[in-house]
Design a protein around this ligand. Sequence first.
Ligand code: UDP
Length: 331
Amino acid sequence: MTVLVTGGAGYIGSHAALALLDGGRNVVVLDNLSQGHRWAVPAGAAFVEGDCGDYDLVRRVIAEHEVTAIMHFAGSIIVPDSVIYPLEYYYNNTVNSRALAQAAVDSGIRHFIFSSTAGVYGEPETTPILEDFALKPISPYGTSKMMTEKMLADAAIAHDLRYVALRYFNVAGADPAGRSGQTSRKATHLIKIASQAATGVRPKMAIYGEDYETPDGTCIRDYIHVTDLANAHVLALEYLEKGGESDVMNCGYGRGFSVREVIDAVKQVSGVDFTVDLAERRAGDPAALIAGADRIRQKLGWKPVHDDLTAIVRHALDWEESLKGREVSAA
Ligand code: UDP
């Protein structure tokens, strides 16, 4: 009984692998190391270097490691890049997921957890965002994830496969014990960028727009600690194993912080008053995105334990410090 974790050398995948290992499960990580790092694969997990879209390889890994479930994290995640390189995003996120799902079905895998995104909703008119809101992604990234959700939904009707798609809001922080964190070569996420400014990895940072219709004019997001998110994946797997129906679930805390509030928290926790410029709005940034977060609590019994901006920031900063001297270049 082994869980195949695609993208397990990356940020969220490595934390999910840790959560599975902590729970006593066997893990095999499949990662092509295009973004992740070999050293980020948790000790105790088997590792195979390769593409999750390589059907024959996936079939072999499933057979050799006696895989009974898949958690699928591998993919490209930078929204503006997806606008510039849409076909690459459809390939990495949709075409490869199709091959992975085919290999799963053909190998008799019955439980599949998919790493989806709040980006599938686009710019909803109201917040909090509920799972049954219309899916209107506004980037190729969001569309590529939505298409995979649809494929899974159809495959689950046709085959003996059930899935949970977890729609992440703003994932941040790092393993509280310092075993993993965000290592992406090209950082774009607010808490990562602010942590890099606070630790001197980058000289300064910018706020993208201060004229939004929010109390302080900056965008509001629902930041969720990566360890709580990783645990949600383990619970989703247990839910399927107990016979739970296929479903989609938002992953957020149901509350939000503005960009300014986040930057203030990073300054306060780090004690560093780094320079913050004001820049133009970034294309496609909705003013506020907050998860309607009841379904995941009700269906999975998920009880977050790190719903605390200070803790999220503290763990992100600790991880950033620990990265110094390692082979990770900041973009
Ligand atoms: N943001 C910012 N400066 C940065 C990075 C992000 O002002 O250097 C803002 C961004 O415009 C958005 C919020 O922070 O309003 C969260 O952005 P992030 O890229 O972390 O996540 P997203 O919500 O785009 O998935």
